[in-house]
Design a protein. Structure first.
Length: 87
């Protein structure tokens, strides 16, 4: 039981080190990765967040979200704005 708990804790801690999908750091990491190593979901996320839209946390993204009425923000947008644009 204790071994399982430690393994689960290690997994959670290590997964927290990954870049958030759509952030500029994630886009840069994906651009440096060979295309053959991308998953289908990774390619779709890259196209959506790095090609079609501004990367989450980038200055244009923060500015466009600041111009958007706060009532129209999703909870993910509000969290990402606080994490990347304020702090």
């Amino acid at each position: 039981m204790m071994k399982t708990l430690w393994s689960l804790s290690a997994l959670v801690l290590l997964s927290a080190c990954q870049d958030e999908i759509g952030t500029q750091a994630w886009c840069d990491k994906m651009a440096d990765t060979t295309k053959s190593e991308w998953s289908a979901q990774g390619a779709m996320d890259y196209a959506k967040h790095c090609v079609l839209l501004d990367a989450v946390g980038s200055e244009p993204w923060c500015n466009s979200l600041a111009d958007k009425p706060k009532g129209d923000w999703s909870s993910n947008e509000a969290t990402s704005y606080a994490k990347h644009c304020i702090f």
